[in-house]
Each structure stands twice: as structure tokens, then as C-alpha cells.
Design a protein around this ligand. Structure first.
Ligand SMILES: [Zn+2]
Ligand SMILES: [Zn+2]
Length: 359
């Protein structure tokens, strides 16, 4: 099978490799990839590091990421073969993959929070993902039936949809008219706007540098929008507070760099909560006395749990989440590379999803 991978040796160029198609063992399932969403996280994986501000870079090689690295964690596939302990999964069925695989044995995993497992082995990060003709999933519990849903819509639910839902769940419940600010309305942020709206929230303020993204946010439920640019980020908190008519109850920050995280802190009202999701990196200095006096909660959010992904798919099946725009491309070396370049260069409105070759 073909795999579009980052080779050994730290280059950030992807290569097409021919590798043996895996044979599933034990509880494993082999799927043929029909859709593979392209996530902004993959641009950081391709670059090989996260920006930790004055602490320098966190290199992925130091985190035990194996090379060649086959990325791709938003996968819909057709089951082609099952191991002897996974016979309940019908061959030929179409499934969405939950990629945030934990060890399955620790207290966190047994509590259903595999995405928080310290020994997690995520598909498309620590084990081969969906930028390939086939993918292996370690257990049937990671497969979700998406009957009735367009696979191009379903694929991004595994990361973009799940991340948005989990972050939105962390700021709710709130009175529907209490302002929630969503910073960064690219693919994930737009999904968060749609999710907040689907969950009944009314006062949603979207912030972005692109007027096209803000227009998309308005059509998906944002009641207010604030345009900003890199130079105007210094006054972002002031602009948002002026737009919403006062300090806000909650911020979900899908950028999470120095400017946006500082602004998020400054725009919160007493008892407010900021949920930091983006991986743009950097660091912030926060007046600790204000943190206490204003009783601010700061929470980090990384993807979501398997039960939460089931909830996302159920919401979609009930028709309660509007579709965000999807840009389709071919699942081949040029398709993966160009899509990552587009995301690294500022992104698209909505989500890029690669289509696998029909057999
Ligand atoms: Zn992702
Ligand atoms: Zn675990």
C-alpha cells in the first residue's frame, strides 16, 4: 500500500512510500481509507516541534514519535479485514475512527478518558494514520458507525468536531445570553460556533483575522463578530469588551498564542473561564493577584473522549449541527503536501478532506 509519510531524519518533506499492507492481529481491524481530514496539528507535526516560548522548542523526536511518521487522524474507512478477536465488525462496513487511543489499562482509560492517558498512542501521531491507503485500528471500540452521514463531513468529527464539542462542553452550562467568545474561526473554531449554537447558546462572539471566516461564523450562529489583525492584537480585549457590552463569561481560544491568550484573560468577567485549545504556542504573563481576585479559571483542552465523539456523531445524525464548508482533494502525495501548505499558510474557510482512491 502507499503511505505518505515524513521519513526518518527530521526532514519536513513528505515522501510516498510503498509498505506492506498490514495484516490485522488479535483485536485489530484493517480499514481502507476513503476520507482523511487534514488538521492544522499536522503542520506542527511536519515542522517537528511545538513552540514553548522562553522554554524553547519541544521536539517531537523527544516525545517518542516514531519515524517514518504517517500522519492523518481524521479517518473514515471501509473495513477490509479483522483480527480473530474483532469478528463482530462486519467486513465492508464504513466506520469513523476514534484516533486518541490510550493504553486501555490505567485509571484514566478505565474512566473513559483515553485522550488523557499518559501512555497514549494516538493514531496518526504515535502509530500510523490515515495519509495512506490503509490504516490499522487496535480495537473495535474505536470504530463508530456513521450510517446516513456524508463521510467527508464525518471524517473531521474525529478531531475538529470532537475538539470543538469538548471545548464547548467545558464552558457550558451558561445562560444562553451570557457572551462566549470564540477566538480563531478556521475549521475547528467554526465547528465550535456551530456546536455552541446547536447546544442552545445564543450570545456567541467570533474573533478572526479573515472577514470570510467571520461571515461563515455568522451563518453558523455567531451573534457578534470582531475582526482583528496581528498588529491590532494588542487591543483585542478592548475591542471584544466594546462589542459584547462588557467583560465576558467565557473564552474558547483556538489560536492560543501570546496575544490571544493574554487578551482572553483580560476580557473575562469575575468568575470567568478561559479554555485554551490552539497549539500556536508561546507564553503569557498573568497578574496572579487578578487571577485570584477575579476567580478566573484557566483550562487546557486537547481533543476529547470516546463518549464525546459518540455524542458528536449523534448530534450530526439528529441534524442538530450544520455542516461547515469542506474542501475536497485527492489522497495522494501532492494532495497531502498542498493541503498542509495551505493550512500552514493561513488555512481555508472550513476543513480540507482528502478522498481515497476507489479500488
Ligand atoms: Zn487534529
Ligand atoms: Zn491509559
Amino acid at each position: 500500500m502507499r503511505a505518505f509519510a515524513i521519513p526518518e531524519g527530521g526532514t519536513s518533506e513528505l515522501s510516498e512510500m510503498n509498505v506492506p499492507t498490514p495484516v490485522p492481529e488479535g483485536s485489530e481491524i484493517l480499514l481502507r481509507v476513503i476520507r482523511s481530514g487534514v488538521c492544522h496539528t499536522d503542520t506542527h507535526l511536519r515542522a517537528g516541534y511545538y513552540d514553548l516560548g522562553s522554554r524553547g522548542h519541544m521536539n517531537l523526536t523527544d516525545r517518542g514519535i516514531p519515524y517514518p511518521l504517517v500522519m492523518g487522524h481524521e479517518v473514515v474507512g471501509v473495513v477490509e479485514a479483522t483480527g480473530p478477536d474483532a469478528l463482530e465488525v462486519p467486513v465492508g462496513s464504513t466506520r469513523l475512527v476514534y484516533p486518541w487511543v490510550g493504553c486501555g489499562e490505567c485509571a484514566v482509560c478505565l474512566d473513559g478518558r483515553e485522550n488523557a492517558c499518559a501512555r497514549g498512542r494516538n493514531i496518526g501521531v504515535a502509530r500510523p494514520g490515515g495519509y495512506a491507503d490503509h490504516v490499522v485500528v487496535p480495537h473495535p471500540r474505536y470504530l463508530i458507525d456513521i450510517e446516513g452521514l456524508d463521510p467527508s463531513w464525518a471524517a473531521p468529527m474525529a478531531c475538529s468536531g470532537l475538539t470543538a464539542y469538548s471545548a464547548a462542553s467545558k464552558v457550558l452550562p451558561l445562560p444562553p445570553a451570557a457572551p462566549v467568545v470564540v477566538i480563531g474561526v478556521g475549521g475547528v473554531g467554526l465547528t465550535a460556533v456551530a456546536t455552541l449554537s446547536a447546544l442552545g447558546h445564543e450570545a456567541i462572539c467570533a474573533v478572526d483575522m479573515s472577514e470570510a471566516n467571520l461571515a461563515a461564523a455568522r451563518s453558523l450562529g455567531a451573534s457578534l463578530t470582531v475582526i482583528t489583525d496581528a498588529a491590532g492584537a494588542a487591543d483585542l480585549a478592548g475591542k471584544v469588551v466594546a462589542a459584547t457590552g462588557g467583560p465576558v463569561d467565557a473564552v474558547i481560544d483556538f489560536v492560543n498564542n501570546e496575544q490571544t491568550a493574554s487578551a482572553a484573560f483580560d476580557m473575562l468577567t469575575k468568575g470567568g473561564r478561559m479554555v485554551q485549545v490552539g497549539l500556536f504556542g508561546g507564553e503569557v504573563t498573568i497578574p496572579t493577584a487578578l487571577l485570584a481576585l477575579k476567580m478566573i479559571s484557566i483550562e487546557g483542552s486537547f481533543v476529547g473522549t470516546l463518549p464525546e465523539l459518540h455524542q458528536v456523531v449523534d448530534l450530526a445524525k439528529q441534524g442538530r449541527v450544520p455542516r461547515i464548508p469542506v474542501v475536497e482533494a485527492d489522497l495522494d502525495l501532492a494532495g497531502v503536501t498542498r493541503s498542509l501548505d495551505r493550512l500552514a499558510g493561513g488555512g481555508v474557510t472550513g476543513r480540507i478532506v482528502l478522498k481515497g482512491a476507489t479500488p
